[in-house]
Design a binder for this molecule. Structure first.
Ligand code: ADP
Length: 448
């Protein structure tokens, strides 16, 4: 069985969030089970691949050229798709994202002739199931929703100029949603199977509260939707071998964790108090503003905060401000910082994750693996991975009071070390999810 992955991120070449982790690690887990995959990603600026040639695709009456690169990482083959618009240093956040990713997919479609199955990830790959149905390439398609909040929506005026597709596909191909082009919907409608990254989220997105306007479509197509819980790369995320930690540790001996903690607190001049870590994109989804609202209460409870993240400039400014007002109690480091993230997961006593919604969430699993119990909102994949009072703490209310309650539960627990050890003993590897994906692929290809 020949399987292709198509995505906009793959760690370590491009990562903005969990999508990059998944695309970077699931193929390696599949490989251990005997399935070789090929990963197609844009050739972003700075990725060191070797050029193997060029390809062409037709777009809106013209013919466009793209470069093709190869590289291998961890035994997995990558194909890099080189379009001039991708030679920038971050994967998204540009005005022409819609246009760039439509073209990326048109280019990838030219390279998919020899695959039995194409696994497409999020809106940046959501046009491909339609292109398959239009006969651009053969094979079955799986579409995975990593985050329903980002749908790839664009105005329908100048449809042909933006998509290069015949006008009848706007309605007939499932591209239209509420008067605009919606790539997420297109992927859901056209794929042979739709998955999302936790069982709980698979249910939540069929409800008006969690459906982001697509719950009707998802309810109608529930028969082909299922949730497969993400795993984490347990070799990379391993406190016993972590390259970013000076003091390594395991479930048998936590002394390295305590040393990491002492050094982290000393380096950032934090008082010796229970310290809660945050490693997050600063987006509405993540409920970072709820932490801000809870700061006075948290200070009174006696905890420190160690926050790493960037995104929404208002939240960045606010955190810089509260950190300034609470020296010795709150540290805020702006930016994306892989080494520091590892030290926070290892060196903190608890991990705060007050998400408004959470498709799966990897950060809480990483925190548990590092013996740092998560204090998380009871939503989506957080419900599927954290057990209240046993491996972490869950709170319901989506407000500062909820955060405060979660933290006070954490402080109340008589044996936090046991909670930490319970978390470290969980199996969050890709072993089980990889088997589920493999069964799904096999089923689809066998009935193709
Ligand atoms: P999402 O994909 O919604 O951002 P997840 O919890 O699924 O959230 O995945 C987040 C991943 O990104 C984790 O690996 C986390 O460690 C990492 N991450 C998020 N923000 C930062 C940051 N500022 N610096 C380093 N790593 C980060």
């Amino acid at each position: 069985m020949r399987v292709a992955f198509v995505a906009s991120e793959a760690f370590p070449f491009a990562k903005v969030g969990g999508l990059g982790d998944v695309v970077g690690s699931l193929p390696q887990a599949l490989r251990k089970k005997g399935l070789e995959t090929t990963i197609f990603i844009p050739w972003y600026w700075g990725i060191n691949g070797y050029y193997v040639g060029e390809g062409h695709f037709n777009f809106a009456g013209g013919r466009e050229q793209f470069g093709i690169g190869h590289l291998e990482h961890g035994g997995v083959r990558y194909v890099l798709v080189g379009l001039p618009d991708f030679a920038r240093d971050k994967p998204y956040g540009y005005e022409d994202d819609f246009r760039r990713f439509v073209r990326f997919q048109m280019a990838v479609a030219e390279l998919l002739r020899d695959f039995d199955l194409v696994h497409c990830h999020d809106w940046q790959a959501a046009l491909l199931p339609l292109l398959r149905n239009l006969g651009w390439f053969p094979g079955r398609t799986v579409y995975t929703i990593h985050n329903l909040a980002y749908q790839g929506i664009w105005g329908s005026q100048d449809f042909y100029a933006w998509t290069g597709l015949p006008g009848e596909t706007y309605y007939g191909g499932g591209l239209e949603h509420r008067g605009a082009i919606n790539l997420m919907k297109c992927g859901i409608v056209n794929a042979d199977a739709v998955t999302t990254v936790s069982p709980r989220y698979a249910w939540e997105i069929t409800t008006p509260e969690g459906g982001e306007g697509l719950d009707g479509v998802l309810r109608a197509l529930r028969w082909k939707l299922r949730g497969i819980l993400n795993g984490i790369d347990t070799e990379y995320w391993n406190p016993a071998t972590d390259r970013y930690l000076k003091h390594r540790y395991s479930v048998e001996d936590l002394s390295g964790k305590y040393q990491t903690r002492a050094e982290l607190l000393a380096e950032f001049s934090l008082e010796d108090r229970p310290t809660l870590g945050v490693v997050s994109r600063f987006a509405h989804q993540k409920g970072i503003d709820l932490i801000l609202g809870a700061v006075p209460g948290l200070m009174e409870l006696g905890v420190n905060l160690f926050v790493l993240g960037s995104g929404d400039p208002n939240l960045e400014r606010s955190f810089a401000w509260v950190a300034d007002r609470h020296p010795g109690r709150i540290t805020y480091v702006q930016g994306y910082n892989e080494p520091l993230a590892h030290r926070i997961y290892a060196g903190c006593d608890g991990f705060l994750m007050p998400s408004r919604f959470e498709p799966c969430g990897l950060a809480q699993m990483i925190a548990m693996r590092y013996g740092t119990p998560p204090i998380a909102r009871a939503v989506g994949g957080l419900i599927d991975t954290v057990r209240h009072w046993e491996t972490g703490f869950l709170f319901e209310s989506m407000d500062a009071g909820g955060v405060w309650w979660g933290v006070s539960e954490f402080l109340k627990h008589p044996d936090r070390k046991q909670v930490a050890l319970n978390g470290m003993r969980q199996d969050f590897s890709w072993e089980k999810p990889a088997t589920e994906y493999l069964e799904l692929y096999r089923g689809l290809v066998a009935h193709g």
